[in-house]
Design a protein around this ligand. Structure first.
Ligand SMILES: [Zn+2]
Length: 417
């Protein structure tokens, strides 16, 4: 679409309307940022910029989407809608069309357009930088990279960018850093450095920076490594603020300790539980946390969905499971999808959520825990739903409004002076 010469006053997308930004808006999704991380870092004096900024800004809380995983929440944030609308219900799912368990990285699974595409089509400049390339493809979907007004790349593959696919040749050269290890704090630092350089060079109307939760999976709030990570982010946010950007920060999900007194992961192997209960091949457990990068969580999270074979008595299975120690909730597909606003065609017959400090596995032989060097911290359940929603300017939000993390573009664009 050819943009008109005049920018519109607002843009409507997915049933919501957003005012055109009056200054560059930078939305930061801090992966796995339980609210305590920022609170502890500020209390310890590690985030001087944010500590000062929230005095006149808005330090709010919001609920993320359940399953509290990365992809469903990032896509909710950038579409302004829950997974029932955008379709991305997990990192991983059982494709009913093929019967195969597959990653949900392919944009063909996306059912809504992004806020970025809607603004870009109307003439806005947009820039998206993520840690991992798996997410970049979904977030940048539909953007016309030949327009010269759209840039989207991951720090993981910043050395492979092209004008056609990313809107920038050799993003690594622009940033001037080595490509960091995929398991490192530097993978996220690269994003913020890129954000500052893009603000200098293209000054986008909308920028989205989405980190990885490698640090949060290993380090609790207030610990030295966590504080150093938040201090790093704070220093880049100060630079973006000094360049005239409005900043808005939220998280895709929180993070909790998921280990027992022996420091070992506190796992319920749900496939084994159901095999014992129903016999072999009666139930198939799918863990939507699964992705190719499992070193820091061993594919263990607090949310699972279960497909039942024909003839299995679902009501009595749910009844028995609901009494199983360590399980917080057992829903039918219909109940769970209504509760969490999920697409019914992409979940199994049952949805199972574990307690705050427990995780769900399939069977013990299918999880490689040898790479877990620290006691397990993970997410996925209702217990990781609380996240920060911070704007570096006062936002006029009704005190009784139930904020979601995917309201962040609304709050930043429509409710700030
Ligand atoms: Zn995440």
């Amino acid at each position: 679409m050819t943009p008109s010469n005049e920018t519109p006053a607002s843009i409507s997308v997915n049933g919501r309307t957003y005012a055109w930004p009056k200054q560059p808006l930078v939305v930061v999704c801090i992966d796995g940022s339980e609210p305590d991380y920022i609170e502890e870092a500020i209390a310890g004096g590690h985030m001087p910029f944010l500590a000062e900024k929230i005095k006149g800004g808005s330090d709010l809380r919001a609920d993320c989407v359940v399953p509290s995983f990365t992809n469903p929440n990032n896509l909710s944030i950038v579409t302004g809608q829950p997974p029932a609308v955008h379709g991305i219900s997990g990192n991983f799912f059982l494709d009913p069309d093929t019967g195969k368990e597959v990653m949900m990285n392919d944009p063909k699974f996306l059912r809504a357009e992004t806020i970025f595409k809607a603004f870009h089509d109307a003439g806005a400049k947009v820039a998206i930088v993520t840690a991992k390339d798996k997410l970049r493809r979904l977030l940048g979907h539909g953007l016309d990279f030949t327009s010269g007004r759209a840039v989207s790349f991951s720090s993981e593959k910043a050395n492979e960018t092209t004008m056609a696919d990313n809107g920038i040749e050799d993003a690594q050269a622009m940033v001037g850093r080595d490509i960091p290890d995929v398991y490192s704090a530097e993978l996220s630092e690269f994003i913020f450095d890129a954000g500052v350089k893009l603000m200098e060079s293209m000054r986008p109307d909308l920028m989205y920076l989405s980190t990885t939760d490698y640090i949060q999976h290993k380090h609790a709030p207030g610990t030295p490594v966590a504080n150093a990570f938040y201090a790093m982010m704070d220093s880049y946010w100060a630079k973006l603020d000094a360049m005239g950007a409005l900043l808005a920060m939220t998280a895709d999900h929180g993070m909790n300790a998921k280990f027992g007194a022996d420091n070992q992961p506190d796992v319920i192997y749900l496939q084994e539980v159901l095999d014992e209960m129903l016999g072999a091949d009666a139930a198939r457990v799918i863990l939507p946390i699964t992705d190719p990068y499992v070193v820091h969580h061993g594919a263990l999270g607090s949310f699972a969905t279960v497909y039942l074979s024909d003839g299995v008595d679902q009501a009595s299975t749910m009844e028995k499971l609901s009494k199983y120690p360590g399980l917080a909730n057992v829903y039918s597909k219909e109940e769970g999808c209504a509760e969490f606003q999920l697409p019914t065609d992409r979940l199994g017959d049952m949805i199972v959520v574990s307690d705050k400090h427990k995780v769900l596995g399939t069977s013990s032989d299918r999880h490689d825990l040898t790479q877990l060097k620290e006691p397990l911290r993970s997410h996925g359940g209702v217990s990781e739903q609380r996240v920060p929603l911070i704007i570096t300017r006062h936002a006029d939000v009704a005190a009784d409004r139930h904020l979601r993390n995917f309201d962040i573009f609304d709050v930043a664009l429509n409710h700030t002076a």
